[in-house]
Design a protein around this ligand. Structure first.
Ligand code: PRT
Ligand code: ZN
Length: 226
């Protein structure tokens, strides 16, 4: 990095499922902050820890590029980005520093609920809609199955009804959304939860010390919740 940075920068989701629990967790570590007018940046007052409020999909890239030091993100997003990076010839730049135990969900294959499931080979030649193409492709190649991956950014569960796909690969928590779309889960590709993502390498310019302090407090806060 061209410039030194002596404050820790943590990326969290601006709005969505992980936004509030992430802020609650940081607040339980004694963090207070001042929000910028545009609500994209929070300046840490009680500790030298600033927050960047972004889309969850942007979090791995921000850490990999060194713009942020840590992030709170679903494992599903971290894995997908990591596979994309490997696909582009890069190496894994990120790892999970902590598992947070909330934001729990699965990445599942789901088929029409009136169909029988005999196993992954049944997917051969089928069109599978997903927002996680790399994770799905890796799973398919692990299973030795050749299928067509249809990448959609949202509303994956209605793709079969729209004729865009035969099968879906989507995040599931209660299963209510699948059921409402006459789909049933048949295989799990990934068990996910919110994690603290950070670089594989150590932080620089004294930020490692701040991160240690924050993570120690976080461990305390997470233990209290158990
Ligand atoms: O705007 P931004 O890009 O930041 O947000 P997003 O829309 O991409 O993400 P968001 O807020 O929906 O989810 C953030 C993270 O929450 C995900 O990456 C997961 O790690 C985690 N998570 C946990 C979930 C779910 N549970 C979940 N159920 N993410 C999405 N869902 C969706 C799922 O895609 C499906 O549409 O909820 C529906 C299924 O829920 P059930 O309960 O009916 O099974
Ligand atoms: Zn997203």
């Amino acid at each position: 990095p061209a410039t030194t940075r002596d404050r820790l920068r943590v990326a969290i989701q601006k709005s969505g499922r992980l936004a509030e629990p992430a802020r609650d967790l940081l607040a339980s570590c004694g963090l207070t902050w001042r929000e910028s007018r545009d609500r994209l940046f929070c300046y840490g007052e009680s500790l030298p820890v600033d927050l960047l409020l972004v889309r969850d999909d942007d979090i791995p890239g921000l850490i990999a590029d060194g713009v942020c030091d840590l992030g709170i993100v679903g494992r599903n997003v971290l894995v997908e980005n990591d596979l994309a990076r490997q696909h582009d010839g890069g190496t894994s730049a990120l790892k999970e520093w902590r598992q947070l135990g909330w934001g729990v969900c699965r990445l599942d294959i789901a088929i029409n609920d009136d169909e029988q499931w005999t196993g992954p080979e049944q997917l051969a030649g089928q069109r599978i809609a997903t927002s996680f193409p790399r994770t799905l492709s890796r799973w398919l190649s692990d299973k030795g199955v050749s299928a067509e991956v249809v990448t959609l950014s949202g509303s994956v569960e209605i793709a079969p009804r729209l004729g865009q796909a035969d099968v879906v690969c989507d995040l599931v928590s209660t299963g209510g959304t699948l059921a409402a779309n006459s789909l049933k889960p048949v295989e799990t590709l990934l068990h996910s939860e919110a994690v603290i993502a950070g670089p594989v390498a150590a932080l620089e310019d004294g930020r490692e010390e701040i991160a240690d302090l924050l993570l120690r407090r976080m461990d305390g806060a997470l233990r209290l919740k158990e």
